[in-house]
Write a new protein. Sequence first.
Length: 364
Amino acid sequence: MEIRPHRIIKRRKTKRIKLGNIYVGGDSPISVQSMTNTQTSDHISTIKQIKELEEAGADIVRVSCPDEESTKSLKLITKEVKVPIVADIHFHYKRAIESAISGAKCLRINPGNIGSDERIKEVIKAAKDYDCAIRIGVNAGSLEKKILEKYKEPCPEALIESAALNIKLLEDNDFLNFKVSVKSSDVFLAVKAYEGLSNLYDYPLHLGITEAGGLLSGSIKSSIGLGRLLMNGIGDTIRVSLSADPVEEVKAGFEILKSLGIRSRGIQIISCPSCARQAFPVIDTVKILEKKLAHIKKPMTLSIIGCVVNGPGEASQTDIGLTGGGDGSNLLYLSGIPHTKVASQDIINKVVNLVESKTKENNN
C-alpha cells in the first residue's frame, strides 16, 4: 500500500518512440524541452545556447529551420551537442528532408501543410532512412482553412480533427514513430484538446501552452494547464513556452514536474512567505540559497521556515530543514531529526555546506 495514496498519478499508457539517445512515451521519464531563439544559420551562437540548455537539464532542444542556410548549419550543430535536436519545419518539404539528412532526430511538421501526397511520402522516407521521428504540431493559431471554415474559430474539436487528419496521413504511409501536440495560448482550449486526443489515441503527447507570455505570467499559465494534464496522467514530454531566456523554460518545466513528484532535478525549496514571527530574513535567505545551490543537480528537498509554527512539521518531510528560533537560535534538521542550532548570520554557509555534503554522500 502506498504511504501517500493521494499523491499517486496514474500515467496514461502510450506508445514509446525514439529520438536519438532518448525515448518519449511508454514508461520513459517525462522529458523537458526548449527551443533556441538564435539564428540557426549562426551555428556558433546556436551551439552555445544549446549547451546552456543542456547544462540546465534540457532533454530535447528544437531549432527553427526556415531556409537552406539553416539546414546546412544544422549538420554542424548536431555534431557538437549531446541532446537530440528537433527541426522546426512549417511548409517547405525540402527543409524537412535536409534536416533529417543533417542529423535532426525529430521533425516538427504538420504533414497537411507539406503539400502533395508525393511530398509527404518523400519526407516520411527521409525520416525512416535517417532514423528521425516526427512531431505533428497542431496549433490553434495555424489551423487548416477547411477546419476553420467548419468550426468558425479554434475550439477543442477543431484541434483534435486537425491532429486526426495528420495522424491518418502518417498511419497510411506506415510511419508510427511520431508524437502529437495540440497547442493553444488559451489554457481551457489546450487542456480540453489534449484530454480529448488522449481518449482517442495512444501516441505520445507533447504538452505545451503556446505563446504563454513572459517569465512570470507564462510560467503560471503553463503550470495551470500542464499541471492539470500531468496530474491526470496525460503527457510524455513538455515545453514551457516563455518570452524569456530559453534556460528559464527548462527551469520552469522541471519545477512543474518537481511540484507533482513526477521528476526531480536539483534542490526543491519549501519556504514560507515570511511574517512578523520570522526569526531570520526568510526572503533574502531563500534568494541567496537559490543562487548558491543552483549548481546542485541531485534531487533534494530543503525547507526554510521562519518560525516554529510550521517549521518542525515541514522539516519532518524534507531532507534538510531550517526552523527559526528565538534570540537568533535557529534549528537545523536532517531527514526530519533535529541536528544542530545555528545563529542567523551563519545560516547560509551552514545550509550550503550541509547540502553539498549530503550530495557527496548520495554520490558515493
